[in-house]
Design a protein. Structure first.
Length: 423
C-alpha cells in the first residue's frame, strides 16, 4: 500500500519561526544545486490535458524536462535557468494554472483522487474542491496562510484524511461533512466555506498569540481551544453545526491498476520523464489527477475494457507502475545528490538499486540524503538516512514503540539491516 502519513497529534506542538515562510511556488522560485525550482499548486492534483501539455512544454523549454510530483499532489519543475521566472509565470497563467497570483502558494488542497470514479467513498468531492479553491482565492485573509498549510477533502473512504492536513473535511454516512479543527458535523453544502473559516480562525488565533506559525500543529494553543474558536466562528457566520467525534478508520492511496472508470499508476520516486508525461496526457481523456502518493489517476469513463487494458500496457511500457504487487509504492526518497548540496548520497539511485530488498511485503522505506529528511512521511516506515562519511543509518518508526536502529556501510547490507530492525 502506498506510504501514508498519520493524522497530526491532538496536542499542539509550539514552534518558533525565526524567518518568514520561504516555501517555493510558481512565482517565488527556490535556488537548488541543479538550478531553480518552481512548485505549481494543483488543488486536488487536478489539471486538464491542455494544462498538462502546457506544463510539460514549460518543463522541456525552461527546465530539466521532467515533472516532479510532491507528497501533496502538486508538481515541481527543476533545473530552471536563471531569469526565466517571468516567462514561466506567463506560460502557467495562460494555461489557467495561476487563477490568483496573490494566492498561488496557499492553494494546497488534497482530495480523494478516485472520488466519483470507482464507486467508493460516500460522495464526489469535486464540487467541494471547486468551491473551496474559489473561496480561498477570493479571501484576502487567506493570503496570510503559509505555503505549508494544507486542506484535505476526503470522500469518506479515509484516504486523504490520513495525511495530516491542517483543515480536513470528510464525508460521513448521513450526508453531512465532518470538519476539523472544530470536530463538528456541518451540512455538505456548507463544507467548503466552513473549511475556509477554520483556516481564517487559525490565522486569527496565531495573531492574537503573537505566534509566527505555519501549521495548526505549531499553534501555542490547546487543540480544544482552537476547536471552540472554530465553532464560535461558524455560529457567527450562520453555519449550523453539531459537535461530533471524528470518523474512524484511515486508509492509504489507490493501488496501481484499473479502478472503476479510472486507471491508477505509480511514478517511481515521483519523477516523470517528458516521454512518460506525454504518454499520460495522450491516454487521458480530459484530465489527470496527481495523487499525494506520487501517482497519477487517469479518468477513462466510457472506455471499453480492451482499450483500458491496452492503455495500462502502454503506460507500463513507458516505465510507470501498473502492478498492484510492485514494491515501488512503498519506496520514497528526497531529491538527494546532485540536486541538493546538503545530501551525502544519490539516494534515488541507491533506492532503485536496492528495490529487491523491499520485497512484496514489509515496511515502507524512505531514503534521505541528510538528517533533514525532507518530505519524509509520518506514518510507520523505515528511515534510510545517508551518513556524512558514507553508508546509511536505518531506523524503524512505528507508533507506540521506540525507534530500533541499524547501520549499513554499503548497499549490500541494506537487506540485512532491514531484517535487524523489522519483524
Amino acid at each position: 500500500m502506498p506510504m501514508a502519513a498519520e493524522p497530526p497529534s491532538p496536542q499542539a506542538v509550539p514552534a518558533v519561526r525565526e524567518r518568514g515562510d520561504a516555501c517555493p511556488g510558481a512565482l517565488r522560485l527556490h535556488a537548488a544545486d541543479d538550478g531553480a525550482l518552481a512548485r505549481v499548486r494543483l488543488p486536488g492534483g487536478v489539471l486538464t490535458t491542455g494544462q498538462a501539455r502546457a506544463l510539460g512544454q514549460a518543463a522541456r523549454r525552461l527546465g530539466d524536462g521532467d515533472i516532479h510530483l510532491t507528497s501533496r499532489g502538486n508538481a515541481q519543475l527543476r533545473g530552471l535557468a536563471d531569469g526565466c521566472g517571468a516567462e514561466l509565470a506567463a506560460e502557467l497563467d495562460a494555461a489557467g494554472l495561476l487563477p490568483s497570483w496573490e494566492h498561488e502558494r496557499v492553494r494546497n488542497i488534497v482530495a480523494s483522487p478516485l472520488s466519483g470514479l470507482d464507486g467508493g467513498g460516500l460522495r464526489d468531492v469535486r464540487p467541494w474542491l471547486t468551491a473551496l479553491d474559489a473561496a480561498l482565492c477570493a479571501s484576502g485573509a487567506a493570503r496570510g496562510l503559509s505555503g505549508r498549510f494544507l486542506f484535505a477533502l476526503d470522500d469518506g473512504r479515509g484516504d486523504v484524511a490520513g495525511l495530516g492536513a491542517d483543515v480536513a473535511v470528510r464525508a460521513v454516512g448521513d450526508g453531512g461533512a465532518w470538519l476539523a479543527p472544530g470536530s463538528v458535523l456541518v451540512a455538505a453544502d456548507d463544507a467548503p466555506r466552513a473549511a475556509l473559516l477554520a483556516a481564517e480562525t487559525f490565522l486569527g488565533a496565531a495573531r492574537s498569540h503573537a505566534a509566527r506559525v505555519w501549521r495548526v500543529s505549531e499553534l501555542p494553543l490547546p487543540a480544544a481551544e482552537l476547536s471552540r474558536l472554530v465553532r464560535a466562528r461558524l455560529t457567527a457566520e450562520g453555519i449550523g453545526h453539531e459537535e461530533r467525534p471524528g470518523p474512524a478508520g484511515v486508509t492509504g492511496g489507490p493501488l496501481p491498476g484499473a479502478a472503476g472508470d479510472a486507471l491508477s499508476v505509480h511514478v517511481p520516486l515521483g519523477r516523470l520523464s517528458a516521454g512518460q508525461w506525454t504518454e499520460l496526457t495522450e491516454v487521458a481523456g480530459t484530465e489527470l489527477r496527481l495523487t499525494p502518493w506520487r501517482g497519477v489517476v487517469v479518468p477513462v469513463a466510457g472506455t471499453a475494457a480492451s482499450r483500458t487494458a491496452g492503455s495500462l500496457a502502454r503506460l507500463a511500457a513507458a516505465g510507470l507502475v501498473t502492478d498492484p504487487a510492485s514494491p515501488w509504492p512503498r519506496v520514497g526518497a528526497c531529491v538527494g545528490r546532485p540536486g541538493c548540496a546538503k545530501a551525502h548520497a544519490d539516494v534515488r539511485a541507491d533506492a532503485a538499486r536496492t528495490l529487491d530488498a523491499v520485497g512484496r511485503h514489509g515496511p515502507a522505506l524512505y531514503w534521505s540524503g541528510c538528517e533533514r529528511r525532507c518530505g519524509h512521511p509520518s506514518g510507520d516506515h523505515v528511515e534510510v538516512v545517508a551518513a556524512p562519511g558514507g553508508g546509511y543509518r536505518l531506523s524503524a518508526t512505528t507508533a507506540g514503540t521506540g525507534p530500533p536502529t541499524a547501520s549499513a556501510d554499503d548497499l549490500r547490507r541494506i537487506r540485512a539491516a532491514l531484517a535487524d530492525i523489522t519483524p
